[in-house]
Design a protein. Structure first.
Length: 94
């Protein structure tokens, strides 16, 4: 099992939109082969900073998801409309 931490900084005023989009993306995550759970966390000291933790059976399952058309469509939209910069991902192996 691996846990992936995905760090996002959103543009000012876009936090609610980011949270709504994550709620929609959870469906794609739950349908992804090897995905077990995901959670959205908001930084209490920076309202524009988020962390998504996502648990996977293995790292390859996560890599397959982030190269999928479903993930690419969401990230392209987010990059243009919501995000202040490129997301940073970190894989934690158990």
């Amino acid at each position: 099992m691996v846990t992936v931490g995905m760090n996002y900084v959103v543009l000012p005023g876009k936090a609610t939109l980011f949270e709504e989009k994550f709620a929609a993306v959870i469906g794609a995550l739950n349908a992804a082969e090897g995905h077990t759970a995901s959670h959205l966390w908001r930084d209490t000291t920076d309202e524009n900073s988020y962390l998504i933790t996502s648990e996977w059976n293995d790292e390859q399952a996560f890599r397959d998801f982030i190269t999928s058309d479903a993930f690419r469509g969401v990230t392209n939209w987010g990059k243009e409309e919501i995000l202040a910069g490129r997301p940073q991902h970190k894989v934690y192996k158990h």
